[in-house]
Design a protein around this ligand. Structure first.
Ligand SMILES: Cc1ncc(COP(=O)(O)O)c(C=O)c1O
Length: 442
């Protein structure tokens, strides 16, 4: 199909991200409002949001206290630069976040997105080693199928081929660990698969042996793989990864952009898995996505190294015009309060089994070759039709939308991420719509 656009075509000016623009503009899906668990389309249809926006609207849409906080902030202090000036809320929010992370992960650097958080974390790791007298540690290690946003750092350590192949040679000195998944051994596992983590981590030891630890700055992983289709690490994988990185003085970065703030039924994946990395990247649920915001949380030794290792003046030559933007911070403070007041982490923990049972009841439905789950996150693998990657999963996504449910397709997977306030009665329609949809597509 040849693309045509004209000035009269009101949809063509907006070049949409991560979207098949031609197909979308022929059959647009437009939201006009949202409240709680539902979007409303411009045709007035209600769509149950089974993806928390994009893993981010954890507390539901237009949460009254978050909306109110943003409105109040907008007329009080609309903007303040974060370079050489501050506002009280930023310090308060940093403390509220730091209190939820284990070990001495105590220092929060604000960004405006997950991608910026990732590039910030990678730069922080490189600069840390240099200030610490180990400037040879410049190599970075990511993982096949990893998603760390779309900055050049993020796509370099990321491992999703379409996000990389169009964009040149990327950062040099990057290696990738294998994707820790084997469908033949672990399909339909509830929670973390019980396979030997060293099947996937021996490669880290090989990479270290090849380059020598003295050249490696950091390993970055998603503790739970999100964008590639919701995959869990094997039991003990993250602990083992921590052991190996620590032994070799390599920083471990958890990309917690989707896992922090309740998705797993805990404050973050570090707490959930009992593994403390050196740095975590955050975004999305940090402030319920009502205003763009990301962050990096670093541990005491990293912060101290920057502050003690720099004589005077700026310690980290990095930051954004909108770092700690007052509106984002106001949303963050209100969201963090709501997580506590509404006991969201416990709610997810208590209802994760119900979600798991619902999701796994789809086993045996046509086309579904794997089902994975943790907390309020689920992943399905959909068999390809005629060997065409992604086509059937995309049809399932469209069919679910037709049935009033928003999920996400990526490649041959469907990811489900219910809003964290969902009750069992709100989870049921997600499962029944998926069941109907998968039976209706060919
Ligand atoms: C693990 C992870 N890291 C980074 C990002 C990028 O975040 P953003 O889209 O806010 O830049 C995402 C987004 O989905 C993510 O899932």
């Amino acid at each position: 199909m040849k693309h045509t656009s004209s000035k009269n075509d009101t949809l063509s000016a907006y070049w949409m991200p991560f979207t098949p623009n031609k197909a979308f503009k022929e059959e647009p899906r437009l939201y006009s409002s949202a409240r709680g668990l539902y979007y409303t389309t411009t045709e007035g249809r209600k769509i149950l949001d089974a993806f928390s926006g994009l893993w981010c609207s954890n507390l539901g849409h237009c949460h009254p206290k978050i909306s109110e906080a943003i409105q109040n902030q907008a007329s009080k202090l609309d903007y303040s630069t974060a370079f050489n000036f501050g506002h009280e809320g930023a310090f308060e929010l940093a403390n509220v976040i730091a209190d939820q992370f284990p070990g001495d992960l105590n220092h929060v650097f604000f960004t405006n997105s997950g991608s910026e958080a990732v590039d910030t974390a990678l730069k922080m790791a490189l600069a840390y080693h240099r200030i610490n007298g180990e400037g040879t540690r410049t190599r970075l290690i990511g993982r096949v199928n990893g998603y760390h946003g779309v900055g050049f750092g993020g796509i370099s350590v990321g491992g999703m081929v379409n996000n990389r192949k169009f964009f040149g040679s990327l950062l040099s000195g990057v290696d990738h660990l294998p994707f820790p998944y084997n469908s033949e051994k672990t399909a339909f596992t509830r929670g973390e698969p019980d396979t030997d983590p060293m099947e996937y981590l021996t490669e880290l030891e090989n990479i270290i042996a090849l380059h020598d630890a003295s050249t490696i700055a950091a390993v970055i992983v998603e503790p739970v793989i999100g964008s590639a289709g919701m995959f869990l690490p094997p039991k003990g994988y993250l602990k083992k990864l921590r052991e190996i990185t620590k032994k070799h003085g390599i920083l471990l970065i958890f990309d917690e952009v989707i896992t922090a703030f309740g998705r797993l039924g805990a404050a973050n994946a570090a707490s959930y898995f009992g593994v403390t990395p050196d740095i975590c990247t955050l975004a999305k649920g940090i402030n319920n996505a009502a205003v763009p915001m990301g962050a990096v949380i670093a541990d005491e030794k990293i912060y101290d190294t920057f502050l003690d290792g720099t004589k005077a003046g700026v310690e980290f030559f990095h930051g954004y015009t909108y770092s700690a933007h007052p509106l984002a911070v106001a949303a963050g403070l209100a969201a963090q309060k709501a997580y506590q007041e509404e006991a969201i982490y416990d709610h997810v923990k208590a209802n994760a089994k119900y979600f798991e049972d619902g999701l796994h009841s789809l086993k045996g439905s046509p086309h579904i070759t794997d089902i994975r789950n943790i907390g309020f996150a689920g992943g399905l693998t959909i068999a390809q039709r005629d060997g065409i990657a992604g086509a059937r999963a995309y049809d399932l996504f469209l069919k679910a939308y037709e049935l009033g449910i928003a999920v996400r397709s990526n490649g041959d997977t469907i990811a489900i991420a219910p809003i964290l306030t969902s009750q069992p009665k709100d989870l049921d329609p997600i499962i029944s719509a998926l069941s109907k949809a998968v039976n209706e597509i060919n």
